[in-house]
Write a protein that binds this ligand. Structure first.
Ligand SMILES: *Cc1c(COP(=O)(O)O)cnc(C)c1O
Length: 352
């Protein structure tokens, strides 16, 4: 670091994303990307939009917001779009958090929440998940704005919408952010709560279920007053936050909705097979409503398995924090990728 970095940032620990190797070929099951490419219309529209790159993008993202509103049957005023959902999370933390308005989230959840608090100088409180890694609604009594990932990451465990609603009702004067990055792979979601309550913000992304991780597109849905707050922050730090190509790609991805929903069905089917196969090999697997599973094996440590697989050309994700260090998170890939993965996994276990 340079001698100019401000004091408060000298001890900042940033979010550590899953490894992205640009040179070596891996079977890549570590960052929850879709194994399926975007629909051809998406690429075509992005290319078309690229012809106008001399122009700024629409700071209102009106057409894209309208398309998202149509998809979810809400009004455009209930929608804000962002450069990946991480950006809209940042807007929300900035808009609602400060020294006297801390954030509350689970001890095991998406690592970015803590980073957003640290970088924005917002205090936070973590609430332990139950022994079985589920969230207990009663553990969230009116002590700060709340952010929940549902399904949770990296466990994959979905939370019934009624349980989320209990949290919302117990916290009428707090914002409850429900990060639904994986909702398209789950049986339920909390979208209806965003229309029913004025303190619920649903955050979604095109990165996972819509095969657009590299395009960076996310959004939030909520009461229009909450959206006005987020827009204030957006216009203060990144008014043209969604670029022309991504915006065109996003609209096309919504037009092609059925293609993506079919891909989600395929991934859910592959997930079911993956769980069975892992269990037959002795793993225990947490219930998943996402495009990944979280699993541990009694005979091999999480980190050891991660390393063995990496040596053989397979990337999965290991987290070293104490409660989950025996586990690995395995993204659900395409059928062939998973067959390959299982062959290599078999070799690893046989070598023990
Ligand atoms: C992947 C992920 C995100 C961020 O996705 P973007 O690529 O920034 O849209 C947000 N929350 C959770 C829980 C995620 O897993």
């Amino acid at each position: 670091m340079s001698r100019f970095l401000k004091e408060a940032f000298k001890s900042l620990s940033c979010y550590v994303p899953g490894e992205q190797f640009q040179d070596r070929k891996f079977i890549k099951l570590n960052t929850n990307e879709s194994p399926y490419p975007p629909s051809p219309l998406v690429a075509a529209r992005a290319m078309e939009a690229a012809k106008c790159l001399q122009l700024y993008s629409d700071p209102e993202s009106a057409a894209l917001r309208q398309a998202i509103a149509g998809l979810h049957q809400v009004k455009a005023e209930n929608v804000i779009v962002s450069n990946g959902s991480d950006e809209v999370l940042n807007f929300a933390f900035l808009a609602f958090g400060d020294a006297s308005h801390p954030f509350v989230f689970a001890d095991i959840t998406y690592g970015f929440y803590k980073v957003l608090c640290d970088v924005n100088d917002i205090p936070y409180v973590t609430v332990p998940l139950r022994e079985d890694f589920t969230i207990r609604a009663e553990d969230y009594p009116d002590s700060g704005h709340i952010v929940l990932a549902d399904p949770n990451a990296p466990t994959g465990i979905p939370m019934p919408a009624e349980e989320v609603e209990k949290i919302v009702q117990a916290n009428p004067d707090r914002v409850v952010i429900v990060d639904e990055a994986y909702a398209d792979f789950s049986e339920s979601d909390c979208l209806s709560l965003a229309l029913k309550y004025d303190n619920v913000l649903i955050v979604r992304t095109f990165s996972k279920s819509r095969s657009m991780a590299g395009a960076r597109l996310g959004y939030a849905i909520g009461n229009e007053k909450l959206i006005v707050d987020l827009k204030l922050v957006k216009d203060s730090i990144d008014p043209y936050n969604v670029n022309l190509m991504t915006s065109a790609a996003g609209i096309a991805a919504i037009e092609e909705n059925s293609y993506y929903m079919e891909n989600c069905e395929k991934i859910i089917r592959t997930r079911r097979k993956t769980v069975k196969k892992l269990e037959s090999m002795g793993f225990s697997v947490l219930p998943s409503g996402a495009n990944f599973v979280f699993a541990r094996h009694p005979g091999i440590g999480g980190e050891q398995l991660y390393r063995k697989l990496k040596d053989k050309g397979v990337l999965i994700r290991h987290f070293s924090s104490e409660r989950i260090r025996d586990f690995n998170r395995i993204t659900i890939g395409g059928e062939e990728q998973m067959d390959c993965f299982f062959n290599i996994l078999d070799d690893c276990l046989n070598e023990l």
